[in-house]
Design a binder for this molecule. Structure first.
Ligand SMILES: NC(=O)c1ccc[n+]([C@@H]2O[C@H](COP(=O)([O-])OP(=O)(O)OC[C@H]3O[C@@H](n4cnc5c(N)ncnc54)[C@H](OP(=O)(O)O)[C@@H]3O)[C@@H](O)[C@H]2O)c1
Length: 289
């Protein structure tokens, strides 16, 4: 846990065998225009992972921005290739109709134009057991047919994870993407994921900027000579999570992930864990029936 080596180049291995960048840019609440300017800035700053979704309505622009940057010699000065960039999308709604989901994955692939999607997630457990399991079968088939490299879920509570693992899936989910930050630590779901070897991606890792002035955060940021955003990102990494901080501001997207110059002590990590108030910054489908 206490390595001091985190950078935009850090990667972790997924159960699928593929590697995933441990720090990625979230694309939620970015317009197509914002995505077209933020992705090139992020790639040039060293980001190698981007988190989109059907619900974000920016899959086309995300794919276009990645392709344009890769094919521009003046931007891509080190000759990176498609396989050096990690792209995620998510299914808007689970459905009991396998064919509908299968087609939906194909349209996400077409929209981004990247040849394959690195990680495809079921965005939420809404829809019920049958819909979740039928949708997961469609993800498995998309993996077997080469459209998707790794599959996963998002906003799955412990019960949904146990249900999927108990259904004897051909391919197990590599990832559960859930809201995690010091004000919502999600220890129960993280423990369940650990039990099944599922990697946790932390969305809302900055608590959507709602707790930047929290006294404990401010005091620790002062102590470690970092910003509150850097402190929260570093907390996430030291817990072995994959944080997806979002910013459309160039200075912030560069600054937020500069976390190599300090290491939070175990005692201070515990102090930050103690800030948990189950703060939900967006939605919380983890209790869905
Ligand atoms: N699976 C899901 O259901 C789900 C749900 C929510 C999010 N996500 C994913 O997780 C990503 C991150 O979550 P999020 O976007 O909700 O929240 P977040 O990353 O915790 O916070 C983003 C907010 O913080 C602001 N911000 C960024 N850096 C800042 C700084 N240094 N100082 C002050 N404010 C700062 C951003 O504004 P500016 O852009 O103006 O800088 C934005 O309003 C999303 O983009 C998405 O990819 C997934």
């Amino acid at each position: 846990m206490s390595s001091n080596t985190f950078s935009l180049a850090s990667k972790v291995k997924l159960p699928s065998g593929h590697t995933i960048p441990q720090l990625q840019l979230g694309l939620y609440m970015m317009s197509g225009r914002e995505v077209l300017s933020s992705i090139p800035q992020a790639l040039s700053a060293g980001y190698r992972g981007f988190d989109s979704a059907q619900m974000y309505h920016n899959e086309c622009e995300a794919g276009q921005a990645i392709r344009d940057w890769l094919s521009s010699p003046s931007s891509n000065t080190t000759g990176l290739k498609r396989e050096d960039v990690f792209y995620t999308s998510k299914l808007a709604s689970c459905s009991t109709n396998y064919q509908v989901v299968r087609r939906s994955i194909k349209s996400s692939l077409e929209a981004c134009g990247l040849g394959y999607i690195d990680l495809f997630l079921l965005h939420s457990p809404y829809g019920g057991r049958e819909a979740r399991l039928a949708s997961w079968r469609a993800v498995e088939d998309a993996i077997e047919e080469g459209e998707v490299r790794s599959g996963g879920v998002s906003n799955f509570g412990s019960r949904h994870i146990d249900e999927l693992m108990g259904s004897n899936p051909r391919i197990k989910p590599s990832v559960n993407q859930i809201e995690v930050h010091p004000f919502n630590t999600q220890e129960g779901i993280r423990e369940t994921c650990k039990k099944h070897g599922i990697v946790v991606e932390a969305y809302g890792p900055l608590a959507r900027a709602m707790r930047m002035n929290d006294p404990t955060i401010l005091a620790l940021a002062k102590k470690y000579e970092c910003t509150p955003a850097q402190l929260m990102v570093r907390w996430s990494l030291q817990h072995g999570l994959i944080p997806l901080p979002k910013s459309v501001k160039k200075a912030r997207l560069i600054d937020n992930v500069k976390v190599a110059h300090f290491e939070i002590s175990a005692e201070d990590v515990a102090k930050m864990d103690g800030l948990d108030e189950h703060l939900v910054t967006d939605w919380d489908p983890t209790d869905a029936p």
